[in-house]
Design a protein. Structure first.
Length: 81
């Protein structure tokens, strides 16, 4: 438990990684970069942690399951019975 991130955090992190920011595996470094633009402290910390996790997965694929590195798929809807 504790590693489930909301879709908003995942999308924001992936968009930020595609931009020109210089993120790395260090949470504190990523937090400082995001602190310049993001006013919300809890969301900033979640996104910084998720970005650090994705950067670790890029360098060592065995750290995190490969599914995290894949692109988001379309949202899944529940079947109504």
């Amino acid at each position: 438990m504790g590693r489930i991130k909301s879709l908003m955090v995942k999308r924001a992190a992936k968009q930020l990684l595609e931009s020109e920011h210089s993120f790395n595996q260090d949470f504190e470094h990523n937090k400082k970069i995001l602190g310049q633009t993001m006013p919300s402290k809890p969301i900033r910390n979640k996104i910084a942690g998720y970005i650090a996790r994705l950067e670790k997965a890029k360098r060592n694929p065995r750290v995190i399951k490969p599914k995290i590195l894949e692109e988001d798929t379309e949202p899944r809807f529940r079947k109504e019975y």
